[in-house]
Design a protein around this ligand. Structure first.
Ligand code: NAD
Length: 361
């Protein structure tokens, strides 16, 4: 039974948004008498201040044994001058690498009530609901050789973009299976016109599509996808891409919704273990002011119930309740021009009665 949850609040607004998610977690745990084992530990700058390491051995050891990790956010100006390996952000990379979290799932969706927050015209953006599946542990960010050679003439720098067949197949399968659960459309994005690794990617994904005849597969070049996401985002259902292109495209998709405080993400390995985090960072500009929107963290909790804790019922109820919360007009500061809005600490108290209404308990 998957029931071990590790909470890593981190830095900046991380502790504020995880605190709201924990209120929801405790509420659903009691409501449905769930047998959950919950632990909270330090990560990032907070862990560095106590132990000298952003990802202490103890945190990593507990993370390895956890089914779902809820990760707030890390980083901030206090730690910007540290050596590279001591920077808070290294905790994130360390967890992804150590746990083999190769599949990053980033939904980008719009609640139509919030469409005025989007930089895109309403008629283009309304009903947006796409999922970006990004390969997270391979490609040019990890490829060897890499380096900067200042002794050569002229001095130069280099990185290696490399994917093997297995890496492409396993991310491809996650994407096809995700598409099967949605609108059965998958767009694979690369630069097969100029890169050998992309040509190879396209061949593998095309071969894989034979196992998923119910999914309509298309291919697009990454520069075109960047444009299409802005011009006609609703043409997409699921997008699958490499680490580099997925990084860029998922940020474009997040920006379309106009509200970074609403978007969750999941990073999964081959054994349904996952790390769940909002798409935003530690927002030092608003940290400690009770102004952060915790809904991205709460929706990340819903993803944890869906993908790692095998409880779709709770996942659905949290997601439906957030939808209802928005349609009843509740807003945090980032979502409204009004002077009256909910503080971070008030969101869970307004959401909990909606969850109770929606539950059948
Ligand atoms: P950011 O996402 O922290 O903030 C960007 C802007 O969005 C800020 O104006 C912020 O106030 C606002 N914002 C972010 N989340 C919000 C929320 N929940 N509610 C309301 N407003 C919100 O990005 P940044 O400013 O580029 O980075 C700040 C720090 O976070 C840096 O140290 C960076 O390295 C780190 N970071 C961490 C992660 C992570 O932990 N996964 C991701 C990105 C950035």
């Amino acid at each position: 039974m998957n029931n071990k949850i590790l909470i890593l609040p981190g830095d900046g607004i991380g502790p504020e948004v995880t605190s709201s998610a924990m209120e929801i977690l405790r509420f659903v745990k009691d409501l449905y008498s769930l047998d959950l084992d919950i632990e909270i530990h330090d990560v990032g700058g907070a862990a560095y201040d106590k132990t000298g390491y952003p990802l202490p051995d103890k945190t990593l050891e507990i993370a390895r044994k956890s089914d779902a990790i809820l990760f707030g956010a890390v980083g901030g100006p206090e730690w910007e001058d540290l050596d590279w390996d001591k920077r808070p952000e290294q905790a994130l990379l360390g967890l992804r690498k150590e746990l083999g979290l190769f599949a990053n799932l980033r939904p980008a969706f719009l609640f139509n009530e919030l469409s005025s927050a989007s930089p895109i015209k309403e008629e283009i953006i309304n009903d947006l609901d796409i999922l970006i599946v990004r390969e997270l542990t391979g490609g040019i960010y990890f490829g060897e050789p890499r380096g900067i050679d200042t002794s050569s003439n002229p001095p130069h720098a280099f990185n290696t973009m490399i994917y093997d067949e297995k890496e492409i197949e396993r991310i491809g399968r996650v994407a096809f299976e995700s598409a099967q659960k949605r609108n059965k459309k998958l767009c694979s994005v690369e630069k097969a016109n100029v890169l050998e690794v992309s040509k190879f990617w396209r061949e593998i994904i095309t071969n894989l599509s034979k196992d998923y005849p119910d999914v309509e597969l298309t291919h697009q070049l990454a520069d075109n996808t960047a444009m299409q996401l802005v011009l006609d985002p609703n043409q997409f259902d699921v997008i699958v891409s490499s680490n580099l292109f997925g990084d860029i495209l998922s940020d474009i998709a997040a920006t379309l919704t106009g509200s970074i405080g609403m978007l969750p993400s999941a990073s999964l390995n081959t054994s349904s273990q996952g790390m769940y985090e909002p798409c935003h960072g530690s927002a030092p500009d608003i940290a400690g002011k009770n102004l952060a929107n915790p809904l991205a963290m709460i929706l990340s909790l819903a993803m944890a119930f869906r993908y790692s804790l095998e409880n779709h019922q709770v996942a659905n109820i949290i997601e439906e309740s957030v939808k209802e919360f928005i349609s009843r007009g509740f807003r945090t500061k980032d979502l409204t021009e009004d002077t009256s809005f909910l503080e971070t600490g008030e969101v869970a108290s307004e959401l909990i009665p909606i969850i109770k209404e929606k539950s059948d308990v």
